[in-house]
Design a protein around this ligand. Sequence first.
Ligand SMILES: [Zn+2]
Length: 571
Amino acid sequence: MWNKIDKKTVPLILKFKRMKKIILYTLLLSFFAQCKTQKTISTVEKKVQNYTIDRPKLMVGIVVDQMRYDFLIRFYNKYGNGGFKRLMNEGFNCENTHYNYMPTHTAVGHASIYTGTTPSMHGIISNNWYDKYQKKSIYCVDNSNYKTIGAKKGGEKSPYRLQVTTMPDQLKLAQINTGKVIGISIKDRAAMLPVGHSADAAYWFRGKKDAKFISSTYYRKELPKWVNDFNTSGKAKDYLKTWTTLYDINTYTESIADDNAFEIKFKGEKTPTFPHEFPKLMQENKNYDLLKTSPFGNSLLIDFAKAAIKGEQLGKRKVTDFLAISFSSTDYIGHRYGTDSKEIEDTYLRLDKDIEQFLKFLDIEIGKDNYTLFLTADHAAIPVPNYLKSKKIKAGYFEMEKFKKQVKHIAKEHFLSEEIIADISNFQIFLDKEKIKSLNLNYEKVTDIIANEIITFKGVYKAVTAITLQKTNFTEGILHSLQNGYNQKISGDILIVPTPATVYYKDKGSTHGSGYSYDTHVPLLFYGKGIKKGTTKRFVPIIDIAPTISNLLKIESPNACTGKIILEVLK
Ligand SMILES: [Zn+2]
């Protein structure tokens, strides 16, 4: 039969043989490929089999109140190698981290970092706000059910207005209440809100005539010995010394002239310039709160943090402890002197030194591989608007008193009643719903008319009714931030977005509160056990910190967390 094959069939047979070869090779190749995949799977399985719950001994959260991201860059060449630079170069730097809500204030920022969600869920809508149920203005952590420990006043507080759990709360739950959780700050809200409901304690500074760290009976009956020892050591009073620049002031080229028109003087000072003689000012002011507006407030807090670690034996147990630190002096100084002042430059150069020695302390006390740390800010800040204006940049001041009159005028004109306006605060209008009902007015129509009328007021960029926020889902832009800051149960009835660079503040000094990038862009540095070295330029919302740290600690995220894990950061 084969002999009969003609010349035409020969190439066909050859083709068939070649195909057979190709099929054989393909089969062989896919076999090897399968082996390789199986090998990869088995390595993964092995990794899973070796899963160990290896938590750091101590988790440290650091918030620098009012720190702008650009302070890391602006003063970079003047920082030493052991402070901010160590965290940036040996840790992970999320360069493009932003707040994703408004208003950007201290209480809200601390709550959002530690709960991994926004005011729409956690309920801390500002520092102070109008409580529409109690019909009065309230402060976020005031609670008269508790008493002060360590002084006569200043400690009647609790975190009860925080609606959800924090990372430290989850750590407590995961470890069946065995790890210690301590929050410390100059400000009460910045000490209490991070650590949440189940903390062992939160301590904050009381200036006035006391110059002490105090607390609330919410946490314990009396101050522990180490806090009393710290208070009686006289350290706080010793820090009230003359503030001169750390280096020669002529080398401070990253800030504007020391004597300028954009800074607020202390009572008793002729010019807002160095040196700031605190001992002299103390005679005039008779109040240790002066310390808050000096870089020594940060140094004092570092000393207190060390005392807390030693006093509570943090990082010395089999379980993980959590220390939440918040530096407030940076905020007080920014408010008084502005983001571009010599005082701010000096404050950050000094804070860099404080952080350097704190890291060295942690290396020795806890051990280099036994702690994890993150550093961020509760909000950033705008350069002094009058300074911006002097550089021909559009900026301005919101005339709040005029605005309040205008809103009442609108109410009277349209509804024959000023009383339907219950309160105006935090760029929100709260209406008296009972009054509206008694006048037989339609609530929705009232809010629509007011929103439409106030839009013409100078400095109002957008006016949005609460009903709009309930019915619409804004996925990006400034209205997304407004929506994230809006809590249906707690917030007002008409919400206002001011024009960019328009602030409600004194005509000197910096402030914050908006949803614009000058207030939202903050540093976010991770460092230590479980953290990769690197940077990302990707947009990271502030609510992503809590799920990231929770994953690192191998605990559940806070119970209303809406953030996502920052995958690049973790090993
Ligand atoms: Zn502030």
